[in-house]
Design a protein around this ligand. Sequence first.
Ligand SMILES: *Cc1c(COP(=O)(O)O)cnc(C)c1O
Length: 425
Amino acid sequence: MSDFRNGTKCVQAGYRPGNGEPRQIPIVQSTTFKYDTSEDMGKLFDLEASGYFYTRLQNPTNDHVAAKIADLEGGTAGMLTSSGQAANFFALFNICETGSHIVSSSSIYGGTFNLIAVTMKKMGIDVTFVSPDCTREELDAAFQDNTRAVFGETIANPALTVLDIEKFAQAAHDHGVPFIIDNTFPTPVNCRPIEWGADIVTHSTTKYMDGHGVAVGGAIVDSGKFDWMAHADKFPGLTTPDDSYHGIVYAEKFGLEGAFITKATAQLMRDFGCIQSPQNAFYLNLGLESLHVRMPKHVENGQAVAEFLQSQSKVKKVSYPGLPSDPYFEIAKKYLPNGGCGVVSCELEGGRAAAEAFMKKLKLAAIETHVADARTCCLNPATSSHRQLTDEQLEAAGIPAGLIRISCGLEDKEDLIADIEQALG
Ligand SMILES: *Cc1c(COP(=O)(O)O)cnc(C)c1O
């Protein structure tokens, strides 16, 4: 549905029922699929035909929803994963192996930081973190001969830094590797990183895409633009024969549009099985159907709460890219002209203790390890999601110990502000 606008795609892309077929995406609640002959099934195992044989690898419900997200991002292929963590791991591990190296923005989600800095490191995959605000020279200096990907987040969770997508994409391309971007916070309603040069887009669909706190999930979208064959020596997994599929070469057989996602499905889903359940994919799609209606309201509430917090003497600092005083205001105007998201962070006078007292008094905003939900929630990263980081790492990631992240939901902004006012008082 690439001729339509994103709002129309939110509602209708990915699934176009035929005559007499269900209007809503059916939940294919089946682990397996039936075939008339072994030959028919053999073609699927050889990747000679497309179709379904086992829900650990692929399921029709998921594929409809993944196609919608791919269409929203302007990509050529997509897949759903069991979580955002699985999406980022798959996106990186699909092209990295022991001995590889990643260049990553240091301002990223705590779980992803841990994945890259600790768990992937144990697999022999190295990383160099760079500031999201680094110069082009500093960025270039981070690359090594074994660099295989550049990674960052459009709007970082929870630091709310906004990435210069073009700068990171150009550096990646000049060094012959793809730029992978986690676009969870703005969603394709507010930013489409592929239009700015990103090659692979990932999501924690658990956040705004679901938007109702119902289903954990992730997604990967390939732009279909990165030319693996032009850098064949760097990406042997895509450009040399796969012995586990009778020697097919993904980049040759599935082309620019399909190689990355086909390999991730055929190898990584087969071996790791981090697939989203079809039931969760169905819930995710219900969220997607209203994503374009909800995002502007999250932005409106985020902007109003950020402006209110900024006017309060007990608030030391407010981060929200929609505030003219925010260091990312100008760059956000470029990449996020309709606003970014509903997440605001603030640091209260009085540090960690003041933050805890404030959060306890809030009535509408619940303390949750969650963001991007219809219901407003808040969190102190230093004592929860980022507690594995040292104070130095917290500082480097732009998350001081007294920082509170407030995820503005879809309530009336006057009520949210009144609640914050009484909690500050
Ligand atoms: C939450 C989040 C993740 C991890 O996603 P899960 O669905 O919780 O596994 C990754 N990236 C960002 C930006 C997130 O906000």
